[in-house]
Design a protein around this ligand. Structure first.
Ligand code: ZN
Length: 578
């Protein structure tokens, strides 16, 4: 019996191998990309290697490692045929970059890029004035190799796909500022190597059910420089929406981030913080989108919609090259000339409305749980206006310094600035300088780990001038440069994704020296007599606070903290400004 099975298996294997030898192109053809399967990492890379070998318009570069250890590639179309000139051309001319499989359970972009590439090769003249088109075939290598059919419980295909976490179990779409993953350094190399004018991160959504196959996240409007705000919202999005409707009969709709449980309660604009791919690329004034196809639509339909978005965005880019370049230059100047930066954007909950194609829903009792459950009825589509909370307001703003100084020991900070093309200068000799210092007066660590960190929240700093001994080897950063927005976003301590919040400076938030009460108590008379202001504060506190009056330790610590014995570096960040 077992022999029979083995013989049959062997026969089937040889038959399949024979078919492969006869029709090798069928293994990696559009028929596959348009079906319910997505390639493995090996299939994908081998396929692209083969294409780049046989087509001079297609270049494939291994750009650096992932946490898994295998490389991350970038595929470039319409480059200059060799790596130095291709990257130079990309930076100098108009370039569009697509990122795929940052969440490998959401592989729609992989298939869409492969189909786009095949169609491009079949009919090279189909896009006039083509920009440099680049795509990262698969970004989360550890995730794409961790393949199954079950990790996306709510998703309608493909048959097999990768996992969200990378080799370190990090969500790479939260890692762009802290850069815990090697992948993030490789991404920075690709991104700054190309300096793309337009960027798309391809995803598949979770959330409510509705009629749209594809939704998109665009940058928070209020955070954009005026030139990009106008270009994206008054030109790009309306043009793209019309073109996709006309050429593909697909409705383009903003990402459905719910205010309540269902779209009936309203949709809110997504806050694309710089920890996310598109928030990060926006810091460099790249026109950025996240594409979210709908999980319940069949995989082939989602791939077609992703392809439609890709094709039309490339078309729009090809038609608007100088407008894009000019708007980006204006945005760079706008940030460099701005005296303030707004942050802590929250939704204004100012009511607006949008015509929405949804499905009726109800809450029938479920026979097993015995509880009412949410159920959308796809047989009852509707088109109606729902509340759309699309405006945000900044809760805070900060005056921007012209220079930052970073202590030499902060190697993790310096490494990330350099990876992001920030120009920094080494201080050549010890220098005593009157500079601004940040002293942390409040923070709360999160109770649970978030992406490898107990991220700090509700950070409050006080800044004032102090005489600081800068040492040889410390770094100076002039914020009047192209990366200005990135620089402020990581170094301004109260910003949402600042390095302080991501635990880069936790060691400065701990007191290192203390005192013995039985020794220190003999010093307080002298301290108070030499500092009459302190003496007055102390006496007042003792009078007004009964607990303080009864605690020797509290009284001594009060005096110690205000005396010359207390360490000056406590809660002071190793970043100064001018
Ligand atoms: Zn995703």
């Amino acid at each position: 019996m077992s022999t029979l099975i083995n013989n049959r298996s062997t026969l089937i294997f040889f038959f399949q191998f024979f078919i492969f030898l006869l029709f090798p192109q069928n293994v990696f053809s559009q028929e596959n990309w348009r079906g319910n399967t997505t390639p493995t990492y090996i299939e994908l890379i081998n396929h692209l290697k083969e294409i780049s070998r046989s087509n001079s318009d297609v270049e494939l570069y291994s750009m650096g490692l992932s946490d898994y250890g295998l490389p991350i590639y970038v595929c470039i179309i319409n480059g200059a045929k060799d790596s130095i000139n291709t990257f130079k051309k990309a930076r100098e001319e108009t370039t569009i970059l697509f990122n795929n499989a940052i969440h490998p359970g959401e592989p729609d972009g992989i298939n869409a890029c492969l189909i786009w590439l095949e169609e491009f090769l079949k009919n090279k003249k189909n896009i006039e004035n083509l920009p440099v088109v680049a795509f990262i075939p698969a970004y989360n290598i550890g995730g794409i190799l961790n393949r199954s059919s079950t990790s996306r419980a709510n998703q309608n295909g493909p048959d097999e796909y990768g996992f969200r976490g990378n080799a370190q179990n990090l969500d790479l779409n939260r890692d762009f500022m802290k850069m815990d993953a090697v992948n993030s350094f490789t991404f920075a190399k690709i991104f700054h190597g190309l300096d793309p004018d337009v960027f798309v991160d391809n995803h598949v959504s979770n959330g409510a059910d509705y009629q749209y196959i594809l939704t998109y996240i665009s940058s928070l409007r209020e955070r954009l420089a005026p030139s990009l705000n106008t270009l994206i919202y008054d030109s790009l999005i309306p043009d793209l929406t019309d073109a996709i409707k006309e050429n593909y009969q697909i409705d383009l709709f903003p990402y459905v981030d719910l205010k309540g449980m269902t779209p009936d309660e309203g949709i809110v604009a997504f806050n694309d913080l710089p920890r996310y791919a598109m928030g990060y690329t926006s810091l460099f004034h790249t026109l950025s989108f996240t594409v979210e196809t709908h999980m319940l639509k069949p995989f082939p339909d989602r791939v077609e919609a992703t392809l439609a978005f890709m094709g039309e965005l490339i078309n729009w880019t090809s038609l608007n090259k100088s407008l894009i370049e000019n708007s980006r230059n204006q945005a760079r100047r706008f940030v460099m000339e701005s005296p303030y930066l707004k942050y802590n954007y929250i939704n204004s909950y100012k009511k607006d409305s949008i015509l929405f194609k949804g499905y009726e829903h109800s809450f029938p009792i479920h026979k097993i749980t015995g509880l009412s459950r949410l159920k959308y009825d796809t047989n009852k589509p509707y088109t109606k206006y729902v509340s759309f909370y699309k405006t945000s307001i900044a809760n805070d703003s900060v005056q921007l310094p012209k220079f930052y100084y970073i202590s030499a020991q902060e190697k993790d900070v310096v490494e990330r600035l350099l990876a992001n093309n920030v120009k920094i200068t080494k201080i050549l000799r010890d220098t005593l300088m009157n500079v601004g210092v940040y002293r942390v007066v409040n923070f709360e660590p999160s109770k649970k780990p978030y992406e490898g960190h107990f991220k700090l929240r509700n950070i409050k700093v006080q800044s004032n001038k102090e005489l600081i001994q800068l040492k040889k080897g410390d770094w100076m950063v002039n914020s009047n440069q192209d990366a200005a927005l990135f620089i402020h976003s990581v170094l301004q301590p109260e910003l949402e994704d600042a390095y302080l919040s991501w635990n880069f400076f936790d060691s400065y938030l701990q007191q290192k020296e203390y005192f013995s009460s039985y020794v220190f108590i003999d010093k307080i008379e002298e301290i108070l007599n030499n500092d009459l202001k302190l003496k007055k504060e102390y006496e007042l506190k003792k009078k007004e606070n009964a607990a303080f009056a009864k605690s020797e330790r509290d009284q001594l610590y009060f005096i110690y903290k205000r005396s010359a014995y207390f360490e000056k570096s406590y809660n002071r960040l190793p970043i100064y400004f001018q």
